[in-house]
Design a protein around this ligand. Structure first.
Ligand code: NAI
Length: 255
């Protein structure tokens, strides 16, 4: 599938990886539905998409994925009449060891990273079957590997990886592909939202040079490029994969 003219939803498009993915789809001539909770930030993504492709057709939907999944799909179909690609990118983390973390944090992470993806997938699937489209989920190296003090996030992304494989099997007979990308540390708002102070974040990025085989952290565009690959015809025989985009972090082991 060439991505030109295809209708693509990107959740969490108001910053980071989602904003970079929206811009990349715009560059490929897709019609892009950019959805997120912060309207001002969505406008910034809109401007970036237009700068990348002045003719791009966009739909902005201010919505929360935990409560508005049906609305996001309905508005997309009302405007464009079809859906070709769903990118489930919106996600949150919560840190804390099991002695500290509470059930509200657990629910917030699971509702955002897993339950909303279930709902969006469910509402999108009939439309993706019509277009022989596909889904790309944004998971994490934390879905594939275990880290201390972030158990709920790791568990949510492991669930997302398994959901990706299972739904790939559910939808394969309908010729709809379902894949995931698993980024390593990428420079976005993610870690600040996790509660890291600036000095700690700077230290973490420095330390991350030693935890990524390529000796550096990643940029949102590098994840967006992998999302574009999985959404496009270049990956027409690929379904059910969790593609690490992590500078080799998943392959490393402390010693
Ligand atoms: P970010 O914090 O810049 O972007 C996350 C986006 O999700 C934001 O636009 C946020 O508003 C949106 N979002 C969160 N909850 C939402 C909700 N309930 N409804 C609608 N939108 C919501 O962070 P980043 O890094 O761009 O995160 C994107 C995805 O990448 C997430 O799923 C994250 O788990 C994943 N990821 C990020 C890594 C990193 O190092 N930055 C590493 C591995 C995975």
């Amino acid at each position: 599938m060439s991505l030109a003219g295809k209708v693509v939803i990107v959740t969490g498009a108001s910053s980071g990886i989602g904003a970079a993915a929206a811009k990349a789809f715009a560059q490929h001539g897709s019609k892009v539905v950019i959805t997120g909770r912060n309207e001002a930030n969505l406008k910034a993504t809109e401007a970036a998409c237009k700068a990348a492709n002045s003719k791009v057709e966009l739909l902005l939907i201010a919505a929360d994925v935990t409560t508005d999944a049906e609305k996001i799909i309905k508005k997309t179909i009302d405007k464009f009449g079809q859906l070709n690609v769903l990118v489930n990118n919106a996600g949150v983390g919560e840190s804390g060891a099991i002695l500290d973390i509470d059930v509200e944090q657990f629910d917030r992470v699971m509702n955002t990273n897993v339950r909303s993806v279930f709902l969006l997938t469910k509402y999108a699937a009939p439309h993706l079957i019509k277009t022989q489209g596909n889904i790309v989920n944004v998971s994490s190296v934390a879905g594939l590997r275990s880290f201390p003090n972030i158990s709920v996030y790791c568990t949510s992304k492991a669930a997302l990886d398994q959901f990706t494989r299972c739904i790939a099997l559910d939808l394969a007979p309908k010729n709809v592909r379902v894949n995931a990308v698993n980024p390593g540390v990428i420079v976005t708002e993610f870690h600040r939202r996790l509660g890291m102070a600036e000095a700690d974040y700077a230290k973490y990025l420095e330390h991350s040079k030693s935890t990524h085989a390529l000796g550096r952290v990643g940029e949102p565009k590098e994840v967006a490029d992998a999302i574009i690959f999985l959404a496009s015809d270049s990956s027409s025989f690929i379904t059910g994969v969790t593609l690490s985009v992590d500078g080799g972090k998943h392959a490393m082991c402390p010693r």
